[in-house]
Write a protein that binds this ligand. Structure first.
Ligand code: HEC
Ligand code: HEC
Length: 192
């Protein structure tokens, strides 16, 4: 029932112990913790993210953790957020995909200077349209990356791509649709 012990034994292997340079996003980033919806956080921990390597932890889903242990994780990860969410004017955590055609223009405005003219990589960022990459991540993970950035990898957040110009919620949804539209169509493997 101790947060640090649970996090270290169950989560740190992928999300990193100290929030740096892990395979999956750091979970100690205050912007991310303000952004994530507590209900979604509980669902993701309990049920995992199907089609990705985020496992289900609930015993009901074959995982190792009791509901009470999941509560410990959720309570701690969401303890500081409500005021911060409002103060930061964060876009909603989840939203339907926007318009991919508009998203291509949003991409040029906010992203191309780092990830290259077509998303295949540029001076300050790697390819984000690589078919293998897009097959391994959910649409929500793409949305989360656009809004919360990757503090550990030098990826800014939705306020910081163009100086003085914050992305609107619609622009976020549109650029995510543009990325998702490039995901290969074949079914994703169940065990990545
Ligand atoms: C085997 C690696 C692995 C382990 C272990 C793991 N995760 Fe994850 N986690 C991932 C991956 C990969 C994703 C991204 C999935 C996607 O594409 O949406 C993810 C996504 C998440 C998200 C959602 C991020 C978002 O987009 O908002 C949360 C929250 C999360 N994990 C929490 C945890 C917690 C808490 C633990 C420990 C109980 C844990 N994870 C253990 C790999 C892992
Ligand atoms: C200032 C440079 C910069 C800008 C602008 C930028 N990124 Fe990134 N982005 C990065 C870096 C650095 C990474 C880390 C990986 C790498 O080196 O490519 C990254 C990673 C990503 C990832 C992978 C995240 C993960 O968790 O695997 C996605 C998706 C992404 N960016 C999308 C975007 C989108 C969409 C935009 C525009 C809305 C954008 N980026 C704007 C620098 C940038």
């Amino acid at each position: 029932m101790d947060f640090d012990a649970l996090y270290r034994s169950q989560c740190a292997g992928c999300h990193s112990r100290d929030g740096r340079l892990a395979a999956a996003r750091p979970l100690n980033d205050p912007t991310y913790l303000a952004f994530v919806d507590p209900t979604a956080l509980r669902r993701v921990i309990s049920e995992g993210v199907p089609g990705t390597s985020m496992p289900a932890f609930s015993q009901k889903r074959g995982g190792l953790l009791t509901d009470a242990q999941i509560d410990v994780l959720v309570d701690r990860l969401t303890e500081a957020t409500p005021g911060v969410r409002i103060a930061l004017k964060l876009p909603p955590y989840s939203a339907p995909l926007g318009d991919a055609t508009r998203g291509a223009m949003v991409y040029q405005t906010f992203c191309s200077k780092c990830h290259g003219a077509e998303g295949r990589g540029g001076p300050n960022g790697q390819s984000i349209v690589d078919p293998a990459y897009l097959s391994l991540v959910s649409d929500q993970a793409l949305r989360t990356a656009v809004v919360a950035g990757r503090i550990d990898l030098g990826m800014p957040d939705w306020r910081g791509y163009v100086p003085g110009r914050v992305m609107s919620p619609q622009e976020v949804s549109d650029v995510v649709a543009w990325l998702a539209s490039q995901r290969p169509r074949q079914p994703r493997p169940s065990t990545p």
